[in-house]
Write a protein that binds this ligand. Sequence first.
Ligand code: FE2
Length: 663
Amino acid sequence: MADYKLKVTTGDMRHAGTMDRVYVILFGTEGQSERTRLDNVGFDFKTGMTGTYTVKSSLPLGKLLLVKVEKDPFLVFPEDEWYCAKIEVMTPEGEDTVFPCYRWISRGEMVELRGGKAMKVFEEEHVLMIEHRQRELNLNKSLYQWAITDDKLPHNSHYQDLSELPAELRISASKSDEILSKKKNHVSLAGSNKEWKDIKDMEKIFGSKKTAMLEYVSEHWKDDDFYGFQFLNATNPNVIKRCSELPPNFPVTEEMVKPFLISGSSLKMEMEKGNIFLCDQKIMDGIPTRVKDGNPLHVTSGFCLFYMKPDRKLIPLAIQLYQNPSDQNPIFLPSDLETDWLLAKLFFKSAHVLEYQVVHHLLNTHFLAEVFALATHRCFPVIHPLYKLLIPHFRYTLHINTVARKNLLGPHGTLSVGSFEDEGLKELMRRGLSELTYSALCLPENIAARGLESIPNFYYRDDGLKLWNFIKSFVRSIVEHYYPSDSDVCKDTELQEWVEETCTHGFLGNKLSGFPACFSTVQEVVKFITMVIFTVSAQHAAVNNGQFDYHAWTPNGTLLMRTPPPTTKGQSSMKTILEALPNVGDTAKFAALAWVLSSKYTDMVPLGTYPEELFDEVVPKQRIKEFKAELSYFTEENVARNSQLEVPYPYLNPAQIENSVSI
Ligand code: FE2
């Protein structure tokens, strides 16, 4: 008789435990055990607890291959799902193997767990495991299917409603409750159609939720220095670029800007010195807008020229609100009537915020994360080393995106309260995807392509590049451990299928975008996986986490401008500005959305934290510890740096970055 000792751990989230009966069968190279009920005196499988059991086999099973777990299908009580974290098995020969589970098991479900060292497809030797691997992938391909909602947008999961999602993909009960309670805020004001009488009154919607940054924004939103700063260090640091030549349709003259440049200089000279920058909103040109109260809304598609002053502050120099210059499309300047200049800045910023939410936030982080997640679920079995590396970075993403497609983007979604409705939002996203390149998602190349290597006070770049390098070095050590040579990469058919699926379903096979459809070298894999982890963690934090700080104060950037933009100068007043800004109800809705999306939730998993023990080998376990330590030093450095800044940049502090797109 051979005794196998099992340590069975139940997850520690709410409702993880079960009263149901649980059975296991152990499979080894020499045979299988009896189906054995795991049953001790008293309650088994309590939340957060580990129970010890013995499974007896008449003969030794050889090397352990699989643990089959089953929850009793015959009970008449209501379903009582069980979150099994892991099962550790000690053989009679003294060999200890962990079988990670980390999933909910429903009644009647048979779950097969693989443990031990990570295996690539060409390393499988045992016929039982070869068959098991294929069965697992076939099942996953039926569970996780691609759906096409628009033939010019990334494909998404076929799940249309949260109720269809596999239980382990859903957000925790605690996070769900926290989101619900945050949503209840502002409800009383959200239904109001009243107009604001005074901009100062907008503070009323914050109540007790004011952050120091929000207060700073509400005091400094009109300042040119702060306006320029935000194109580098607020929620959308993704579009500004160095300008060495003016676009022909943005005819700023030397005379227009001379008064704002350092004495004796010229626009041409400042361009040569690398001190002139540009934002071009061509992507917004001609996108259909929403009709509100019988009138079409307006979204501008202009240019803003910036100047890096000798005091290292970036200011806007000139704004043209549409692409084609004309008498009705003047170039606004800091010397114009104060409210004319303010209005031009507001309209430009509003388009900037819309582009940011739709392209740089939703498309480039949320929806790409879903593509990477779905390809990972479909193409890699749980024993694959890259599954173990990647899967923690997709926690909650499918849940959040299923909600976003319905509640944010749909015909009655929150974003449709802005200037675009469903079709406009989709069109903007289509344009965003058609312009997206692989290089743009790789931060070092992105920064170089925009000529921003040396612009001062660009904390997004400074922190982002450090994080990119930490992630890359971590990824490299794991990938090189499992792929000692390029030929290992070439013969891993699962890896090749994974990258092919991301290219086909994410980037629609667009060869010009530079996204790889196959891998030939280890370094290509390292770069791509670095990009994936950076995109779903750091980049998402950079565009997501500052939303309440920067956009709850509506005049600093709103998704909706109610009046047409100015076509002449000298006609405006603060009244014009109040008329252009959202009313009380819409202001409250935007602030509530920003509050929910940029809040921290108690079950957050910060970047570099891997609570699930998926790896079994020493090298990845050690590298995980080192990665975490490196990020922890960087957190200290980041906090110290921010304490010296008038306007801190905390969004890429690793302690504030989540491992995955989860809100
Ligand atoms: Fe987000």
